[in-house]
Design a binder for this molecule. Structure first.
Ligand SMILES: Cc1cc2nc3c(=O)[nH]c(=O)nc-3n(C[C@H](O)[C@H](O)[C@H](O)COP(=O)(O)OP(=O)(O)OC[C@H]3O[C@@H](n4cnc5c(N)ncnc54)[C@H](O)[C@@H]3O)c2cc1C
Ligand code: FES
Length: 260
């Protein structure tokens, strides 16, 4: 069983309004981490008992570091944004399954993500041994983040809801437009449920294999409480009902496995 680890804060910077990048050092976590997994981050303030699940954005195995990119949502993430280099934080992970990078080998891979679903795609872009990678990233406005990082590993297609940068529309509309000239052979997606549902529909209609990373509110974050279940097509072996634990069997599922 995994135990809680102490991670040292290496750096913290604000990438866009309310979006922070945090590099943490912990050798065990970095050594085991895979693209698409997440860590449970604990608050120092004891009234905030439950850990906050945050995806692993980047892994530096040589230096024993992981990068988290998160949006301030409530008190927990606000507390994280005050962490300074040299501080320590308790983490548990890596948790969940991660993206099946081996499925993308030699194929044209599309990473389709929106908002705070964008960060976990960076390590996928970095590690995929694909025939080419296109990262379609949906933002609300031109106040974007991580685009320069993605540029190093993938052809980037940016969309904004307000049309202030890139394609005017959402990430799924941008995916459809890009696919007109270069059809994906495999898709990995992460973002709000409405984005995942639309990507799943696109992939099903086009006959393209697709994996989606789900986000549900979590409590234990390690498979013990069933707070995080999503509806599945098949009956689950663990619960004997049609659901899957996002923190344990997920967060990444073959799109056909779950109901969106
Ligand atoms: C698998 C997974 C990966 C995630 N990766 C990222 C990421 O890379 N970057 C990022 O910014 N956010 C990510 N989130 C969302 C992040 O966990 C929440 O924004 C965060 O827990 C909010 O905590 P808070 O105390 O600031 O907010 P509050 O709303 O005050 O949180 C109250 C409680 O609800 C839980 N909670 C609230 N929103 C969520 C949520 N969306 N998902 C799960 N639990 C929630 C909190 O953990 C906490 O226990 C991820 C969520 C999941 C499930
Ligand atoms: S959060 Fe407890 S089982 Fe997933």
């Amino acid at each position: 069983m995994k135990k809680t680890e102490t991670a040292k804060v290496i750096s913290q910077e604000e990438l866009a309004s309310g979006i922070f990048s945090l590099w943490l050092e912990n050798e065990n976590t970095a050594a085991d981490a895979k693209a698409g997994q997440f860590v449970n981050v604990y608050c120092a303030e004891k009234s905030r008992l439950l850990p906050r699940p945050i995806s692993i954005c980047e892994i530096d195995r040589e230096k024993g570091r992981i990068r988290l990119v998160y949006r301030i949502k409530g008190e927990g993430t606000k507390e994280f944004s005050r962490l300074q280099p040299g501080d320590t934080v308790k983490i548990l992970g890596p948790n969940g399954n991660g993206f099946p990078l081996e499925e993308a080998e030699g194929k044209l891979l599309y990473l389709v993500s929106g908002g705070i679903g964008i960060p976990p795609m960076l390590e996928c872009a970095k590690e995929a041994d694909s025939a080419g990678t296109v990262s379609v990233m949906g933002y609300r406005t031109a106040d974007t983040f991580l685009t320069a990082d993605f540029d190093r590993y993938a052809k980037c297609v940016i969309s904004t809801d307000d049309g202030s940068l890139g394609y005017h529309g959402n990430a799924v509309q941008a995916l459809e437009a890009a696919a007109d000239t270069m059809m994906p052979e495999i898709i990995f997606a992460c973002g709000p449920k409405v984005l995942l549902a639309a990507v799943k529909k696109f992939a099903e209609e086009a006959g393209i294999p697709c994996w989606v990373s789900m986000e549900e509110r979590m409590a234990c974050g390690i498979g013990a409480c069933l707070a995080c279940v999503c509806e599945s097509v098949e009956t689950d072996e663990h619960t004997h009902v049609k659901n899957k634990r996002v923190c344990k069997e997920g967060p990444v599922f073959a799109a056909g496995e779950i109901v969106l």
